[in-house]
Design a protein around this ligand. Structure first.
Ligand SMILES: C[S@@+](CC[C@H](N)C(=O)[O-])C[C@H]1O[C@@H](n2cnc3c(N)ncnc32)[C@H](O)[C@@H]1O
Length: 282
């Protein structure tokens, strides 16, 4: 998902279902992380009135749903530019019986900030780096938050590592290097240090925490699908940047549940880190 930001690429729009699956798998496989980071946000927001939360770039609403359960008294606005992803989140909210506490707002924040009520807490997970001008968006978030309110930003530190080094050999290291190159052209804000940028927007950065994720066998049931969906998305985002040899290695790994598929490996890992910043509007 991280490599896929082509503003007017019709393919990017039509594969929203793949994106939705990946976001749901991410929340499922990394559920301990999601639970830890939302507990961390809950602690930081202990003094707040906990009335209204904004999930900025909510995707399928995995954060919105975790927060609505964590903050028993709060309502959540799930905001995203994708109507399909919002609809998926709404369906999950209905299944969980919390649909009356989650409202969706479709808006492209690159175009304009929507009219919404002031909020007490904003959660922005893996969304800021997709914005054309995240610093402008941060100043709009600042205005949208009540004084004393909190913005929690969570971002990936790196693309997850799934495969042992002897695959390829060194295939994943080359994928990471290709992603770094692609990032410079297409996603300049990915892996940014958000602390100074939050300060520049007027926030007081109160805390920063890195969550190390190191899942090894026995992995959660959906980890193979997560690896497959993540690497498939990475491959499509690295179109033209991978060698024929690496593409030939990746082919069978990502080919359905064929004999060489990641779904059949018992040596997968999920190794990555996410960093969260808690920033207060004074
Ligand atoms: C990597 S996903 C993260 C989704 C979710 N926050 C999560 O952690 O699972 C990034 C999300 O940001 C949304 N997004 C990207 N650019 C946006 C923009 N300009 N305005 C609103 N939403 C945007 C995308 O549609 C996508 O749902």
């Amino acid at each position: 998902m991280e490599n896929h930001h082509h503003q007017h690429d019709p393919a990017a729009e039509s594969d929203w279902a793949a994106m939705a699956e990946l976001l749901d798998l991410d929340a499922d496989v990394l559920h301990s992380y999601l639970s830890e980071v939302t507990a961390w946000v809950y602690e930081r927001a202990a003094e707040l009135p906990r009335r209204r939360i904004l999930d900025l770039g909510s995707g399928t609403g995995t954060g919105a749903l975790a927060l609505v359960q964590r903050f028993a008294e709060a309502d959540v606005i799930a905001l995203d530019k994708s109507a399909q992803l919002l609809a998926r989140g709404q369906a999950k909210a209905r299944e969980l019986g919390v649909e009356d506490r989650i409202r969706t707002v479709q808006a492209d924040l690159d175009a304009a900030w929507p009219v919404i009520e002031p909020v007490d807490l904003v959660w922005a997970s893996s969304s800021l780096h997709h914005m054309a001008d995240p610093d402008r968006v941060l100043t709009e978030v600042f205005t949208a938050i009540n004084p004393g309110g909190l913005l929690a930003v969570a971002e990936m530190d790196s693309f997850p590592r799934f495969l042992p080094d002897d695959v390829g050999p060194g295939l994943e290291a080359r994928l990471q290097a290709a992603l770094a190159e692609a990032r410079a052209d297409e996603l300049p804000h990915l892996y940014s240090d958000w602390g100074p940028r939050l300060s520049a927007a007027g926030f007081t950065v109160e805390a920063r925490r890195t969550f190390d994720i190191d899942l090894t066998a026995p992995l959660p049931a959906l980890a193979g699908r997560y690896a497959q969906a993540s690497l498939t998305r990475l491959r499509s985002g690295l179109d033209g940047r991978l060698s024929p040899a690496d593409l030939a290695t990746l082919g069978p790994l990502l080919d359905g549940d064929g004999p060489g598929s990641v779904l059949r490996r018992d040596d997968l890992t999920v190794r990555t880190a996410r960093t969260a910043w808690a920033a207060r509007r004074p």
